[in-house]
Design a protein around this ligand. Structure first.
Ligand code: AHM
Ligand code: MG
Length: 336
C-alpha cells in the first residue's frame, strides 16, 4: 500500500476510552464509557448549533438572566438543555450542576446512575456574536458509596473528580479529556461524525513564553499579581513574554496546554473571589492542567484542594506551565 493510503485503523474517542477503561481495570460496568459517550454526543450537537447559529437566528439574547445576573444567550440556553436532556437520559447520572441553572438537578430514580456531572454548557459566550472560539467545560464525580446523589456528592475537592474535559468550538472542534491518567485531545472529523485521537498524551512545556490575563483589570490587581506581571514584561534578562487573551477560558487554556505559559484570572479589589466558577470552570481545567504536568493555584492554594461551599462559588485561578505558575506562587509569598 502506498504511503498516502488512508489510515484504516483510526482511534475514535469511544475506542480510546474503552481501551483506557480496560487498562485501568475498570471496564466491568462500562458506565463511565457510556457517560462520556453521552457527553461526546452533546458536543457534536452543540458544535452543529454553534456553526449554524448565524443562519438559524440563534445569535442574540434569550431575554433571561442567569444566576450570576448575566444575560443568557440563546446558545447558552440551548446548550444547557442539550446537556441536561442527554445526561439525564444516559441513565448514568445522579446529580447535574450547570452554570446556567440556579439549583443542582437531582436526577429522578428511574434514570439515576452513579455519576455527577458539573458543567458550563457554553463558556465564553461574550464571544459568540463575533464568531470567536467558545467551549463546553465538564467535570465528573462518582457519587459516594451508599449515596443516592445529593449536593454533598459535588461539594468536594476537585482532586476527587474521576474525569474532566472540555470541547472547543473553533476553527476545528476539539475535545480534550482526562480520566485521571494523562490528557488526550480528539478532533471532530465532521465527515465521519467522530472525534479522532489527534493529540495523545498532552504535556504542558515546563516553561512558556505567553501570559494570558485580562489586564484591563490591572488597576484593581493586588501587589503580587502586579509585581509578577512586571517581572515578565520587563525581565532583567531575556525577552519579555507575549500577551494572548481571548476572553474565552476554553480557548485560552487550550493554547496554554499546547504551547505552555500561564493563564490567570486573579481575585482583585473589585472581584473578591475572582470571576471563574470553582466547580465547572476552575476544577476541570486544573484537573487537566495537573494531568498534563502543569500547576494550578489560587496564588496561595492548590485549586484542586478547595472544598466548594456552594455550587456557583468562585476562586482565583492561575494555571499552566509548572515553572511559570511556581513563579506566581513565589510572588504571592514574597510580595506583601
Ligand atoms: P462565562 O462563563 O459567563 O462565559 O464567563 C467565563 C469567561 C471565561 O471563559 C473567560 O476566561 C472569562 O470569563 C473572561 O472574563 P473577562 O471578560 O472578564 O476577561
Ligand atoms: Mg459560561
Amino acid at each position: 500500500m502506498s504511503d498516502d493510503s488512508p489510515n484504516t485503523d483510526i482511534i475514535t474517542l469511544t475506542r480510546h476510552v474503552i481501551q483506557e477503561q480496560y487498562r485501568l481495570g475498570d471496564a466491568a460496568t462500562g458506565d463511565l464509557t457510556l457517560l462520556l459517550n453521552a457527553i461526546e454526543t452533546t458536543s457534536k450537537f452543540i458544535a452543529t448549533n454553534v456553526r449554524k447559529a448565524r443562519l438559524i437566528n440563534l445569535i442574540g439574547l434569550a431575554g433571561e438572566t442567569n444566576v450570576q445576573g448575566e444575560e443568557q444567550k440563546k446558545l447558552d440556553v440551548l446548550s444547557n438543555d442539550i446537556m441536561v436532556n442527554a445526561l439525564r437520559a444516559s441513565g448514568r447520572t445522579a446529580v447535574l450542576v450547570s452554570e446556567e441553572l440556579d439549583e443542582a438537578i437531582i436526577v429522578e430514580d428511574r434514570y439515576k446512575g452513579k455519576y455527577c456531572v458539573v458543567f458550563d454548557p457554553l463558556d465564553g459566550s461574550s464571544n459568540i456574536d463575533a464568531g470567536v472560539n467558545i467551549g463546553t467545560i465538564f467535570g465528573i464525580y462518582k457519587i459516594k458509596t451508599d449515596s443516592k446523589g445529593t449536593l454533598s456528592d459535588v461539594l468536594r475537592p476537585g482532586s476527587e473528580m474521576v474525569a474532566a474535559g472540555y470541547t472547543m468550538y473553533g476553527s476545528s472542534c476539539n475535545l480534550v479529556l482526562s480520566t485521571g491518567s494523562g490528557v488526550n485531545g480528539y478532533t471532530l472529523d465532521t465527515s465521519l461524525g467522530e472525534f479522532i485521537l489527534t493529540h495523545p498524551g498532552i504535556q504542558i512545556p515546563s516553561r512558556g513564553k505567553i501570559y494570558s490575563m485580562n489586564e484591563g483589570n490591572a488597576m484593581y490587581f493586588y501587589p503580587p499579581v502586579t509585581a509578577y506581571l512586571e517581572s515578565i514584561k520587563f525581565p532583567k534578562s531575556g525577552k519579555p513574554y507575549s500577551a494572548r487573551y481571548i476572553g474565552s477560558m476554553v480557548a485560552d487554556v487550550h493554547r496554554t496546554l499546547l504551547y505552555g505559559g500561564i493563564f490567570g484570572y486573579p481575585d482583585d479589589k473589585k472581584s473578591k473571589s475572582g470571576k471563574l466558577r470553582i466547580l465547572y470552570e476552575a476544577f476541570p481545567m486544573s484537573f487537566l492542567t495537573e494531568q498534563a504536568g502543569g500547576v494550578a493555584t489560587t496564588g496561595t492554594q492548590r485549586i484542586l484542594d478547595i472544598v466548594p461551599q456552594g455550587i456557583h462559588d468562585r476562586c482565583p485561578v492561575f494555571l499552566g506551565s509548572k515553572d511559570d505558575v511556581n513563579d506566581v506562587i513565589r510572588f504571592y509569598k514574597e510580595v506583601p
